[in-house]
Design a binder for this molecule. Structure first.
Ligand code: GLN
Length: 327
């Protein structure tokens, strides 16, 4: 038997170089605009830019503003999907919400009207509001909120802090999401009080997170639910492929196919400018920069993650595997 030709070795130094080079190459990129429909996000410093990789031994490879706090926004849909699966099982979430792509924008009402029996996926607004409605214990907003924030802290390795101004800004302007919550109620696709579920969703989107915390969350998902920084098994390893499949299918909304085609890594974006990427068995990656493209995805964060993948010659769809990450 010859040597397995698909297996490769990557050193931590190579990852370090890839992150540094990717950061340097993409930091001068212009284009995109801060999210304008949430006033607080419109005012974020557009020059902030961070990139971080979380390795399986818990070490972080960082470049730029990786300790700056920003709004987690739609990236929070992934942790709460995990929480819903921890509480109801993967099958429960599949049955009640679904795991399909919508091919439509994140806040699409049309997507709800087109679907007959499920809000498609917990990673668009409709499904994320439905996921918040599923969080136990039913009917108790404070206990549900504690479950959501505890789960976030377990995944990130440290607590996230609510950005009060973002929460106020978003609550005052979330008319579209309010329509979604009530439409879900109309179709029997929300499993707790609609206003309460909407408020939990708005609050979770308003949590402040750093690029480092986001990379640790991604690293935990990449390591089958094991948080390598806190040395704890956060969720059942069997849920990990389900989580990655949800992220793969709809992480960039209507641009998901183009993203996967070009970047080769399942990733989830948020209008706060963050992107969380999962390379199963290898590492978690996060990048952050506020200016967004038309679909609501950070221009620089996308470019930085693509550059890291290219430099390490990695692609989740490629036959080439990295079998060893060495020091
Ligand atoms: N809170 C935002 C919203 O519901 C999140 C959207 C996003 O990050 N794509 O509109």
């Amino acid at each position: 038997m010859g040597k397995c030709y698909t297996c490769r070795e990557v050193t931590i130094d190579q990852v370090r170089r890839a992150v540094d080079e990717a950061y340097e190459e993409t930091k001068g990129l212009t284009g995109g605009k801060n999210a304008s429909y949430i006033p607080f996000l419109a005012e974020a410093d557009p020059n902030l830019f961070g990139l971080c990789v979380c390795l399986p031994d818990g070490s972080l490879v960082t470049a730029g503003d990786t300790k700056a706090v920003f709004g987690i926004e739609s990236v929070s849909k992934v942790p709460t999907a995990i929480l819903a699966m921890r509480q109801h099982g993967a099958e429960g979430v599949l049955k009640k919400i679904g795991a399909n792509a919508t091919g439509l924008p994140f806040n699409s009402i049309m997507a709800i009207l087109l679907e007959n029996d499920s809000p498609s996926t917990p990673l668009v607004n409709a499904g994320a509001i439905a996921a918040c409605s599923l969080v136990k214990p039913k009917g108790d907003p404070e206990a549900k909120w504690n479950a959501i924030t505890d789960n976030l802290a377990e995944l990130a390795g440290s607590p996230l802090v609510l950005l009060d101004k973002l929460y106020a800004s978003e609550s005052a302007t979330d008319f579209n999401n309010r329509s979604i919550a009530w439409l879900l109620k109309n179709y029997g696709r929300i499993f707790d009080d609609p206003e309460m579920s909407l408020d939990l969703y708005t609050r979770q989107c308003s949590m402040g997170v750093t690029c480092e915390q986001m990379a640790i969350m991604a690293g935990t998902m990449a390591a089958d639910g094991y948080n390598p920084v806190t040395d704890t098994q956060v969720f059942d390893p069997d849920l990990a492929p389900k989580v990655t499949s949800l992220v793969t299918t709809v992480g960039f909304y209507q641009n998901t196919g183009n993203w996967l085609f070009e970047a080769g890594i399942p990733a989830k974006s948020g209008v706060g400018g963050g992107i969380l990427g999962i390379m199963p068995g290898l590492f978690g990656i996060a990048a952050f920069s506020p200016p967004l493209d038309e679909a609501g995805n950070s221009v620089k964060a996308q470019a930085a993650i693509k550059a890291v993948m290219r430099k390490l010659d990695l692609n989740i769809f490629s036959g080439k595997r990295i079998c060893q990450l060495t020091t």
